[in-house]
Design a protein around this ligand. Structure first.
Ligand SMILES: Cc1cc2nc3c(=O)[nH]c(=O)nc-3n(C[C@H](O)[C@H](O)[C@H](O)COP(=O)(O)OP(=O)(O)OC[C@H]3O[C@@H](n4cnc5c(N)ncnc54)[C@H](O)[C@@H]3O)c2cc1C
Length: 443
């Protein structure tokens, strides 16, 4: 019986393996994934689709990682059930694997709304390397594509398809693209850049039907909008959103809300079962609540914390927050924490614009503590800002500098500057291993 079983061979799963092996070199460890590849950097699938990278260059760890860490990698197999009373998981081929400690790091799954024609050949989602491979292999003859959803995944696939010479229309339900990670002004700058690349954006709109080729030939003919307009196209990508992937645990007693509920040890409600990453509702240090914060560094860090606790060494998740950096269509954007004050009193918003350069900076404060920031096309100082935000530093004495062009560490008061320039503590169990998580995040 493997002492440790991990479902999910990605950021969270790998974080856990590394923490477990720091503490326990011997305990048997199995990692299970229904994807057939060694762990790869999921955010790079758009580069793969664009033809700019390969699986080898996307690998998150070397191919020897599993052997070197004495990990039994069970790849290409799906977990169909978790029995928390019997302490075993069941694979799709019926095999049962017992565990001493279990980590559920199953990530997210694309949400595909009910829509006539969504199961047609030529309709894709875009969250896995398999999606990118399938799409890449069928691009011959594709001239026009419709991407449903103007969020981060929609824009990433739009850029890849544009680079492949395909004319793309983005259909967005809300009034602007990237509306979850940007405010109106940020979205407007992003839209200008996307349009400059020849992409059409149809906001306030949605696709209700995907029609097939005349005569019943396989493939897509058009996307029909809610107002009846028809967009002729050869390919459709549904990129409306991603929801926690809970199919493996859906019949178990593990407590769920939108995702799996975890405490600061990343422990679930079931004994010896942990969860992390996109599937888990973990602590957000900005909002001071547990919620989904589905980004790579949070998954990795949560995995590490779960891993330590699985070995019996106590470690506390310091928290993560929503933080996105975006480098598509020549844009450089970082947005973190609160994107827009939620209407409550007490927020202060600092902004700076250099419109001719497409630069926009916004910092949201409450009681002189940074609650969120958005930097567009001038992101160099976002590392300093995120450090100040994470550490809840009182920036009252120097807040006017936060959005200044020449803001850097020397703008901070001397004592603070010294503290931030000095050696950072090394990550270890019990401490906050955020530094390492960040350094290892999305290569
Ligand atoms: C196109 C795209 C771009 C992104 N860009 C960024 C970015 O720029 N920056 C950033 O921080 N984040 C980005 N993200 C998000 C980031 O990839 C995720 O936050 C991260 O991958 C989450 O890691 P995870 O380990 O929780 O789960 P995942 O990476 O989702 O991995 C979960 C794994 O578990 C497997 N699995 C699930 N259920 C089962 C089961 N029942 N049986 C067996 N295996 C199972 C899945 O197949 C998958 O391999 C992006 C995501 C996408 C899709």
């Amino acid at each position: 019986m493997p002492e440790y079983v991990i479902i999910g061979n990605s950021a969270g799963g790998i974080g856990a393996v590394e923490a477990i092996r720091e503490v326990d070199k011997e305990g048997s460890l199995a990692i299970i994934s229904d994807e057939p590849y060694p762990a790869y950097s999921r955010p790079l699938i758009s580069e793969y689709l664009a033809g700019e990278t390969s699986l080898e260059r996307m690998l998150y760890r070397s191919r020897d990682f599993y052997h070197e860490n004495a990990v039994e990698a069970i790849l290409g197999k799906k977990v169909v059930g978790v029995d928390v009373d019997g302490s075993f998981v069941t694979l799709s081929d019926g095999e049962k694997i017992e565990y001493g400690r279990l980590l559920v790091a199953t990530g997210g799954v694309p949400f595909v709304p009910k829509m006539e024609g969504s199961d047609r050949h030529g309709v894709y989602t875009f969250t896995t390397l398999g999606d990118a491979e399938r799409m890449a292999s069928r691009l011959a003859g594709v001239r026009r594509a419709v991407v449903i959803g103007g969020g981060l995944i929609g824009i990433s696939v739009t850029e890849a398809l544009t680079k492949r010479g395909i004319v793309v229309t983005v259909v967005e339900l809300k009034d602007r693209i990237l509306n979850v990670i940007l405010d109106e002004e940020g979205s407007r700058i992003a839209e200008e850049a996307v349009r400059r690349a020849g992409v059409t954006i149809m906001a306030n709109s949605t696709v209700t039907q995907i029609t097939g080729k005349p005569g019943g030939a396989p493939g897509v003919h058009s996307a029909v909008l809610a107002n009846g307009d028809e967009l002729p196209c050869d390919l459709v990508v549904v990129a409306i959103g991603v929801v926690p992937r809970v199919d493996a645990v859906v019949n178990s007693a593990i407590q769920r809300n939108r995702g799996i509920v975890v405490d600061r040890h990343m422990a679930t409600s079931a004994p010896n079962v942990y969860a992390c990453g996109d599937v888990a509702e973990a602590y957000d240090y900005v909002l001071d609540i547990n919620r989904l914060t589905p980004i790579w560094p949070n998954a990795y860090l949560g995995g590490r914390i779960a891993g330590y606790n699985m070995t019996g060494r106590s470690a506390i998740y310091p928290g993560g927050t929503g933080m996105n950096s975006l480098n598509y269509f020549g844009l450089a954007i970082v947005s973190a924490g609160l994107v827009m004050p939620d209407g409550q009193q007490g927020y202060e918003v600092l902004t700076e614009r250099r419109l001719e350069e497409g630069v926009y900076k916004k910092v949201i404060l409450r009681d002189d503590v940074i609650m969120g920031f958005t930097f567009v096309n001038d992101i160099e100082k976002s590392g300093i800002l995120s450090g100040l935000m994470r550490d809840k530093v009182d920036v009252g004495g120097f807040k006017q500098y936060l959005i200044a062009d020449d803001f850097d560490l020397t703008s901070l008061p001397k004592a603070l500057r010294k503290a931030r320039l000095g050696p950072r503590p090394q990550p270890s169990a019990g401490a906050a291993p955020q530094e390492k998580a960040r350094a290892l995040a999305v290569d």
